[in-house]
Each structure stands twice: as C-alpha cells, then as structure tokens.
Design a protein around this ligand. Structure first.
Ligand SMILES: C[S@@+](CC[C@H](N)C(=O)[O-])C[C@H]1O[C@@H](n2cnc3c(N)ncnc32)[C@H](O)[C@@H]1O
Length: 243
C-alpha cells in the first residue's frame, strides 16, 4: 500500500514502501542497536552518504567484499532503486537506510567505526544564499574525524568547482593526511563512477576529488550524540525533505 505524505512545495508525494531485505527502516536499526549488527557476516564498516540510485555502492561493494557498506540517502526512490540493484546482484555486504547523514551518524554509529566514508556529487547548492546548506563544512569534518577509524579514508567528489574549492580549503586539518599530492585531483584510480559522476564525465565536465586519511594522531573533539546540532531540518537538505 502506498503511503501519501505531504511535503513542502510539491503538495502530494508518494513514498513507495521498500520491501527489500537490504533495506533497513529506522525501527529495524533501533532494534539492532548498532549498524554493524545489520550484516550476517561481521566485517569492517564503510558508508556512502547520498547513494542516489546506487550505481557507486554496487561497484564498490563488489570491489571490496571484505567490507560491509551502509548506503544512505533521504530520497525514497533512490533507496528503492539502490535496493533493487543490490538484490539483483545478490550483494550481502550492503544495507540501505533512508536517513539523513548527520542523524544516522550521531544517533546510531559508534565512534571510530568507519573504514571509509564516501560522498559523491552531493547537492551543490550553487546559489550564494544557499551555500550554508552544503553538507560538507568544518563542523561536518569534525563528525567525519569522530566516526572514521584510524587510517579510515574520506573521499569527496564533486562536479562543482566552487564546492571542491570550499572543501579543499578546510584542509590541512590536524588529524587528517592528504592522500593526494595536491589539494584535489580530477581522477582517483580504481574509484567507481556514480550515476552523476558518469553523467558529468560524459558531458565533458571535470570532476574534483578530495581524498584524506585519518591519521593515528587524530585528537578531534569527542562528539556526544546529542552535542552535534541534531535538529537537522530535512527542508534544508537536498530534496526539500521530499520522498
Ligand atoms: C546530486 S545527488 C547524487 C547522487 C549520487 N551520489 C550520484 O553521484 O549519482 C545527491 C544525493 O544526496 C542525497 N542527500 C542530500 N543530502 C543528504 C543528507 N544530508 N543525508 C543523506 N542524503 C542526502 C540526495 O537525496 C541525493 O540523492
């Protein structure tokens, strides 16, 4: 049965229920208590924020069967399409959650548990007055440092030069080592393409990769679950909170 919800601007949006075994509702996550326990095989954990339609995570999960992956997005249809691909490929090492990134991190994840955190083509919020809505900023990097395991990697890829510059300028940051010889690069060897990355590449537009590793000397702020401003308003994120 379709559930109808009211969203901002668009009057009626359909949220299609996701029946896939790869999909984890918030209720299921709460029951598990810890995202690491959502997998039959215990393996180190990695996460993609804003998985869209799942093209990247499918390839990454096949490349790295030694890791378990959380693919998260606030976009219902994206989660649905990602689940379909996971089920088609019979991947046991990916779970999909329809959840806001900072909410999931601060409410459910143990510190220093992520071997990798990937963000591909995040919403660029190109208008100057909207730029404070961009996901990756200094506060967000505190979260990244807090939840990455020692030596865990952070990969950020955008087609938007201004966003790349803004993120690159947040580094050097104590506790993070740059994996590139420069602030950003146009290519990352072996890194799978997401749908948007492929689309931009095919249109001849450059991509900008930022790649850091958490150093063993990280002494970032300890972030208690409730300390991070968690009243995240989904209207200020990518899809206006829409399904
Ligand atoms: C431009 S799309 C890119 C999708 C995919 N990464 C790709 O490259 O094809 C950005 C995605 O990030 C999701 N998103 C935006 N803000 C988010 C947040 N705070 N938490 C989780 N997902 C978010 C959006 O719903 C959208 O699906």
């Amino acid at each position: 049965m379709d559930i109808i919800v009211k969203a901002e601007k668009k009057p009626i949006q359909r949220v299609i229920p996701i029946e896939s075994p790869s999909f984890i509702s918030e209720e299921k996550l709460q029951q598990a208590g810890n995202p690491a326990l959502l997998f039959a095989e215990p393996r180190p954990l990695a996460m993609e924020i804003g998985c869209g339609t799942g093209d990247f995570i499918i390839q990454m999960a096949r490349q790295r069967p030694d890791l378990n992956f959380l693919a998260i997005d606030i976009y219902n249809k994206g989660c649905l399409k990602t689940c379909r691909k996971i089920d088609e490929h019979r991947l046991a090492n990916v779970r999909v959650l329809r959840m806001e990134a900072r909410y999931l991190l601060t409410r459910f994840l143990e510190p220093e548990t992520l071997q990798a955190l990937y963000i591909n083509c995040p919403d660029p919020w190109p208008k100057k007055r909207h730029q404070q809505r961009r996901l990756v900023n200094r506060d967000f990097l505190d979260l990244v440092g807090h939840f990455l395991a020692p030596q865990g990697e952070f990969v950020f890829c955008t087609d938007f030069a201004d966003y790349a510059r803004q993120v690159a300028e947040l580094f050097p940051l104590p506790g993070f080592d740059n994996c590139l010889g420069e602030a950003s690069a146009s290519h990352l060897e072996g890194y799978p393409f997401s749908k948007y990355m492929r689309k931009f590449r095919e249109s001849g537009l450059p991509l900008h990769f930022i790649h850091h590793r958490k150093s063993t000397h990280f002494h970032g702020n300890r972030i208690a679950g409730s300390a991070y401003p968690m009243n995240v308003d989904l209207r200020t994120t990518g899809h206006g909170g829409a399904p």
